[in-house]
Structure formats: structure tokens, C-alpha cells
Design a protein around this ligand. Structure first.
Ligand SMILES: [Zn+2]
Length: 484
């Protein structure tokens, strides 16, 4: 029996898998056991053709392949290459010596060429941890090299054979230098709306979830899209995590390395709970995970189904989501920044001085009730956008574009205990106490105000929160909007 080391990917986590190949005398046959899913069983035809078409001898005996451990469901096409290599070794066509040093994955075509597989960066991380070398499809090499220093890319089964048989030498792929890319935002396209722009700059710098309320045509969606360009550049650790999520979902194009830009996702309001949160028969990450380390834009928030919105509570709170299916349990990160937009009423014109709102009081109440409660409580910053005035169109100076991007902590992610440790002056405490009474700030609202004020102070280059920072923070609180 021959064992080839391979791996399975659960969410963004790879686990080791042993591909055991045994050739027994008896009637010719090919069996794969060890909780192999349909996609794995289909590999038999590809492997048979690839071996024959590459000029190798296909054994006329019984081939038994066991994927261990057997209590884990195996899916996908990644076992094609390790099984084919195992058959070559078990039939004496390939020497065994080198095999133990390698972790092998890859999909075979019928003529023996290798195709890229999803989730490779997670497998590369496992290989690095285990001190193994990686033998993988060439189209996955950049992605793999970002997480493992011993990556050997091969383009076909024959190529892999020649390498393992020491007929050819392949130098390991060098890791590319990491350079984050920062997109230029469409902020300048929206004229005016200085308060909203300032609020979004605070949201982006300090990781505070924000809601833009206002009538149609005020530039809400464009402004929401510009938040990505105001966030700090993606760190290398974040880039690895984002790439793992996209790779596991099969969304990383072949021959790509690390994703270097913060993702932006803007799902349509018809999206299902599984689409937003993740799920499906073969578990896939949802929009909340595809937006992790980036921006999740929910345009026209109240058009989304209530149960879909309620589902956002766990990912917003825990910064991760666990999806459970029959025998599987998969966790994805959900460190997204939520930027939502909404009209204030069903017709959209509530608060618009130029249009009359035709909604009844009860219609407005019903509409806004959808937003109330748990979700509203988790949004930090609010502002109302008014329709642009004529002079806004002539005002070219855009202060938001000159906001210096001072380094700032993600204060929005601080826990209540961490907020309690922030030193506040007597004047700041006094102002917060007044706000607590006058605006009926909840406990959560009180802590959120301190976190926002801390970000504003840091953007100001100050370590200590001043009363005017609290004043500005309160301006973006729901309680202070006096909207409804
Ligand atoms: Zn209305």
C-alpha cells in the first residue's frame, strides 16, 4: 500500500488527508472509499484517462483508494493528482522515496493536464505548518507561494512524474513582495454632502458601521461605494485571509496571487439568507464573508427581508459566522464594515423640503419599525442627506478629499470593557451625562459615542478626547437625528 499526503479544505481551514492506494489481484476495478462525495468518485474516469493518455500503464487489477480520516466528507476534484501519483507508485512505475515530503493536490483533465483547484492558499498554509513541500497545478502557484516557501508547480501528470522521478529540476516559486493597492473612490463625483462625507471618513478610519438616510437622488449609493477608498490599506495578514475566503469559494481567477484591495460587496435586496450569510449543499461563504476586511453595502436596507436582516446580528457581533450542515461545521470570518442606505419612508420623500411625502403616519411607522431593534442598535453612525442645493453644484472645493488620513485604531471594534478603560476628562464626562439624559442614549449608545469620539480625536491627531469630539460624535447618533 502507498500513502500520498493531501488535504481537504473546510471553510478556509485545511486539514491533512492521507490518500491510501492499494492494488490487489482480482477482477479489474476502481473503488474510492472514506466518505468520498460524488465529485470525488467521478475522478476515477479522469484518472484512468489521464494515466493512459500520458503513456503510463493502467493496472488491470483491483484498485482500492481510501481517503483518511474516514469521518470527514471529501468533495471536489483535488484528489485526482494524489490518487494518480499513488497508483503510479503502487504499481512500481514511480519510486517511493521522495513522496513523503510532499503534499499533493490537483485536478486532472482527460489528457493529463493539471487544472487549478479552489482553496489552495489554505492548503499552502497547512503545508508550511507541517514542513512539507507542495506539488500543485501551475495555475495555483502564485496563491500558494503567498503562504508556503516550498511550492513546486507542475503543468501535467507527466510533468509531476518527471519531477518526482528526479528527471527534471523545478525551482520552488519565490514569494512575490506584498504591495497593497488603494482604489481611488468616486467621492468627488458627489457634490456637496459634506457632513455625510465627513461621517463616512470617520466610519472608514475607525471601523464604525454607518447608515445614510435620505430621499432619492442625494448620492447615497455613490457615497457608500466610496468608503472602500478611505479605509486604511489592506495589511498582509488581512490580504491572506481575504484571499483564503475568495479562493475557497472558487472566486480567485487562475494565476492570481494575494488579493491586495479591500473587497466591496453590494448584494441585491432580493438576496436569500444563505446568499447573505453563507450555506448551500456544498457550503459556500455568503456576502458577509466575501465582504470581510472590506465593505458590505446594503443599499435600500429596508427593502431586504426582515429575517435576512435579523441574520446579520451574529456576524456583526461575533465577526465570524458558523454554518452547520449534517456532518459539517464551517466557520468564516465576517469582519466587514456595514454601510447601509435607506429612504426615510415608503415614498422616499420624508424630510425632503422640495417634495411632499405622501405616506400616512402608520405607513411611515411600519416602514421604520423594520429598522428598529437589534439591527439599528448595531449601527454606529447616522446622517440624513438633504437634496443638493443649486450652489452645491458650483462648489468645487471638497474638504472631505483633503481629510488627512491619519493612522487611526479600529475603535469601532473595541469591547465595552475596553471602552471603560478610556480616560475621559471631567468636561467630556459632563457632556456625555447630559447627552445620556437629553437624548435618552442607551448604554450601548453611550459606549458607541465614546468610540466614535475616540476615532474623531485620533483623526485630529490627539490622544485625548475633547468635548468637541463628543459633540461631533453625537451629531451622527440616531437619537440626535430628530428624524421621525
Ligand atoms: Zn413618504
Amino acid at each position: 500500500m502507498v500513502t500520498v499526503k493531501s488535504a481537504a479544505v473546510l471553510g478556509i481551514q485545511a486539514v491533512p488527508i492521507d490518500v491510501e492506494v492499494d492494488i490487489r489481484s482480482g477482477l479489474p476495478g476502481f473503488e474510492i472509499v472514506g466518505m468520498a462525495g460524488l465529485s470525488v468518485k467521478e475522478s476515477r474516469e479522469r484518472i484512468r484517462s489521464a494515466l493512459k493518455n500520458s503513456g503510463f500503464t493502467y493496472p488491470m487489477h483491483k484498485i482500492i483508494v481510501n481517503l483518511a480520516p474516514a469521518d470527514l466528507k471529501k468533495t471536489g476534484t483535488l484528489y485526482d493528482l494524489p490518487i494518480a501519483i499513488g497508483i503510479l507508485a503502487a504499481t512500481g512505475q514511480l519510486p517511493l522515496e521522495n513522496l513523503a515530503d510532499y503534499l499533493v493536490v490537483g485536478e486532472l483533465s482527460l489528457n493529463g493536464e493539471l487544472r487549478a483547484i479552489p482553496g489552495l492558499i489554505s492548503i499552502a498554509e497547512l503545508a508550511q505548518e507541517q514542513g512539507k513541500s507542495l506539488l500543485i497545478p501551475a495555475a495555483n502557484s502564485q496563491e500558494a507561494a503567498a503562504a508556503c516557501s516550498r511550492v513546486y508547480p507542475v503543468s501535467s501528470l507527466s510533468h509531476a512524474f518527471s519531477f518526482l522521478n528526479n528527471n527534471i529540476n523545478i525551482p520552488p516559486i519565490k514569494q512575490a513582495a506584498y504591495v497593497p493597492s488603494v482604489p481611488s473612490g468616486p467621492m468627488g463625483i458627489v457634490k456637496g454632502q459634506q457632513i455625510a462625507k465627513r461621517m463616512l471618513a470617520i466610519a472608514a478610519a475607525g471601523h464604525h458601521h454607518a447608515l445614510l438616510v435620505g430621499p432619492p437622488g442625494t448620492g447615497k449609493t455613490l457615497l457608500a461605494r466610496s468608503v472602500q477608498s478611505m479605509m486604511p490599506p489592506l495589511s498582509r495578514a488581512e490580504a491572506v485571509e481575504v484571499t483564503k475566503i475568495y479562493s475557497s469559494a472558487g472566486l480567485l481567477p487562475p494565476n492570481s496571487g494575494l488579493i491586495t484591495q479591500r473587497p466591496v460587496r453590494m448584494p441585491h435586496h432580493n438576496i436569500t439568507k444563505a446568499g447573505l450569510l453563507g450555506g448551500g449543499t456544498n457550503i459556500q461563504p455568503g456576502e458577509v464573508s466575501l465582504a470581510s476586511s472590506g465593505v458590505l453595502i446594503l443599499d435600500e436596507l429596508l427593502e431586504f427581508k426582515s429575517d435576512v436582516l435579523q441574520g446579520l446580528r451574529e456576524p456583526l457581533e461575533a465577526k465570524k459566522i458558523t454554518i452547520v450542515r449534517a456532518n459539517e461545521r464551517v466557520t468564516y470570518p465576517t469582519k466587514f464594515l456595514l454601510i447601509a442606505t435607506t429612504n426615510a419612508c415608503p415614498c422616499g420623500y420624508l424630510g425632503d423640503p422640495y417634495h411632499e411625502c405622501r405616506c400616512s403616519h402608520s405607513e411611515i411607522h411600519r416602514y421604520q419599525k423594520k429598522l428598529m431593534g437589534p439591527l439599528l442598535d448595531r449601527i454606529d453612525l447616522f446622517t440624513f442627506l438633504e437634496p443638493l442645493k443649486t450652489e452645491d453644484y458650483y462648489n468645487d472645493h471638497d474638504p472631505s478629499e483633503t481629510i488627512p488620513l491619519k493612522s487611526c485604531h479600529p475603535n469601532g471594534l473595541l469591547s465595552d470593557e475596553e471602552v471603560q478603560k478610556i480616560q475621559l476628562s471631567a468636561a467630556v464626562k459632563n457632556l456625555l451625562d447630559k447627552a445620556l439624559q437629553r437624548l435618552r442614549l442607551s448604554g450601548r449608545g453611550y459606549y458607541k459615542t465614546i468610540k466614535i469620539a475616540k476615532t474623531i480625536a485620533e483623526l485630529d491627531g490627539m490622544s485625548e478626547i475633547q468635548p468637541y469630539h463628543v459633540g461631533e460624535a453625537l451629531r451622527y447618533r440616531w437619537e440626535a437625528m430628530n428624524l421621525f
